[in-house]
Design a protein around this ligand. Structure first.
Ligand SMILES: Cc1cc2nc3c(=O)[nH]c(=O)nc-3n(C[C@H](O)[C@H](O)[C@H](O)COP(=O)(O)O)c2cc1C
Length: 270
């Protein structure tokens, strides 16, 4: 009787596992299939693997571009607990400019270098395999002592590499599907991911890791903005081609994941 019960349980488990697997594989949409095919089993990753062995540099560098060395960051003293309590999405900003030390604090907190351990320079956000796929671009619209323009945050030496001078507010507003929150703040951060930096080790499962890491960097920016008396919102609904072409990234090895306008909230009481 006991053996019969065990056999039946085993059979049911086999049928249900089989159903779930074939259901996921035959899903008409890519979401369930992606999750299924990047699942680990004892036999390894289920789907096709790509990119093993490709060597991708840890730091993206724009050579021969004017560089702005970031100054000492603004001091902050808000506790993490208080910042978490006060965090909320802010979609309307005042006309107040951001200072360069404040921008520096935001960038260093977002994904800046911390300590070196095991010969690897670590950062503020955790990263699968310490491969650090995130890149941060800065649209400076109103930052004291910094020309308006599009910059790349060079994490390795804490600088901004100038990619284009001028006003990019309208371009990013359009690329963000004309969301009112975007294009009206002193600073807009754009988070991209170098997928190939991670897929070289984790193949397609690396995509999961990259999305998770983007969330960690995003929360770092939210919390640090709060502690500086500022606000932000994570904007995921944007026109991918428009944002990627604004940044001149190829949309395959590197693509935009989030837009984050940052500034002082419009309704802030002094
Ligand atoms: C991945 C992601 C994408 C988001 N995309 C947008 C967006 O495109 N536009 C927007 O106004 N808010 C966006 N948000 C912000 C959410 O709407 C917001 O976090 C949610 O309403 C909770 O409010 P709170 O952040 O104030 O707590 C996004 C948030 C996340 C995490």
């Amino acid at each position: 009787m006991k053996t019969y019960g065990m056999l039946l349980t085993g059979l049911l488990l086999l049928i249900s596992t089989g159903c779930a697997q074939s259901g996921d594989m035959s899903s008409p949409t890519i979401g369930p299939r992606f999750h299924y095919e990047t699942s680990y089993s004892q036999a390894g990753i289920k789907g096709e693997t790509v990119g093993w062995g490709k060597q991708v540099p840890l730091y993206k560098e724009y050579l021969n571009r004017p560089k702005t060395r970031l100054p000492q960051p603004s001091p902050t003293d808000m506790s993490v607990t208080k910042a978490l309590q006060e965090r909320q999405s802010v979609r309307a900003f005042s006309d107040e400019a951001m200072s360069l030390p404040q921008l520096t604090r935001l960038l260093l907190s977002a994904d800046g270098l911390t300590q070196s351990r095991g010969g690897i320079a670590r950062r503020t956000a955790p990263s699968a395999g310490a491969l650090y796929p995130m890149e941060i671009y800065v649209i400076a619209a109103d930052v004291e002592s910094l020309a308006a323009g599009l910059y790349h945050f060079q994490v390795s030496d804490s600088s901004l590499e100038l990619l284009g001078e001028g006003d990019f507010s309208e371009a990013i507003h359009e690329a963000a599907n004309t969301q009112a929150a975007v294009g009206d703040s002193p600073v807009t951060l754009i988070l991209t991911a170098r997928f190939d930096r991670v897929t070289q080790k984790y193949a397609d499962r690396g995509y999961r890791y990259v999305y998770i890491e983007a969330g960690a960097v995003c929360q770092n920016i939210y919390l640090q903005a709060v502690s500086l008396g500022m606000g932000t919102v994570a904007v995921g609904a944007f026109l991918d081609d428009a944002v990627n072409s604004l940044l001149a990234v190829d949309a395959r090895d590197e693509a935009a994941l989030l837009i984050m306008p940052v500034g002082f909230p419009a309704d802030r009481t002094p």
